[in-house]
Write a protein that binds this ligand. Structure first.
Ligand SMILES: Cc1cc2nc3c(=O)[nH]c(=O)nc-3n(C[C@H](O)[C@H](O)[C@H](O)COP(=O)(O)O)c2cc1C
Length: 210
């Protein structure tokens, strides 16, 4: 299975070499992320694609000086909604109506379901839920990058409040949850490049119920 070769090829790159990724490859990775599954298809997050080097230098300080932040070609910041509001439900229904070419009125049960079941759970529960959806998009991006033979590092080692301040996310009702640095490995200087994958054996990881 070719996908397994791809997954064995990828690794969380520690040292990137600053080479820029082609526009086409970036677009393919972003399109895969756009197609990622999410609960109800709500996509309760945004992905900030940071190419600007000065801003990445600022972000690096808030990411324990990890070098991938500035040596990557692009830094993706996955930011989840801090709450789910009636406006999100309204926007979601409008999107469905446009894509499916139906009236928004015909989708009132979808809208009411979000308003009656999701919004009342409260901001904390909905933020945590939105963050979980963002992680699914992260996983999709990780695999898509490998499929494009682009190296990637998923990263939680950063200070979300600082990222939110630098990128103005709070004002947008967002909070950063995880990063994906995209670029190319500096094979000569990355101590992880030839390290074997450490994973649990299948017999320990999977519990089969036959
Ligand atoms: C959610 C998440 C957060 C991570 N945070 C960091 C990080 O901040 N810095 C880093 O160098 N690697 C980070 N990693 C990489 C992991 O250490 C790495 O994926 C794991 O050791 C498995 O190795 P592999 O991805 O190379 O197969 C993170 C991985 C994930 C999935």
């Amino acid at each position: 299975m070719k996908l397994l070769d791809t997954l064995n090829w990828r690794y969380a790159t520690k040292k990137m070499n600053g080479t820029e990724i082609s526009k086409e490859k970036v677009e393919n990775i972003l399109e895969a992320i756009r197609l990622s599954a999410s609960s109800f298809g709500l996509q309760p997050y945004k992905i900030i694609v940071v190419k600007n080097k000065e801003i990445r230098k600022e972000l690096q300080v808030a990411a324990f000086n990890q070098t991938q932040i500035t040596d990557a070609s692009h830094l993706l910041v996955f930011a989840a909604y801090t709450g789910i509001t009636e406006q999100h439900a309204e926007d979601f229904v409008q999107l469905h109506a446009r894509v499916k070419n139906v009236s928004a009125d015909s989708l009132s049960s979808l809208k009411n379901m979000l308003i009656d079941r999701i919004v009342p759970r409260g901001d904390e529960a909905n933020f945590n839920w939105a963050a979980r959806q963002a992680y699914i998009a992260l996983g999709t991006g990780l695999i898509a990058a490998a499929a494009e033979e682009v190296d990637a590092t998923p990263m939680e080692g950063f200070v979300p409040d600082e990222f939110d301040r630098i990128l103005g996310l709070k004002e947008k009702g967002l909070k950063s949850v995880v990063l994906l640095a995209l670029g190319y490995r500096d094979a000569a200087n990355d101590y992880l490049v030839n390290v074997p994958k450490v994973r649990q054996d299948s017999k320990d990881l999977f519990i089969f119920v036959d």
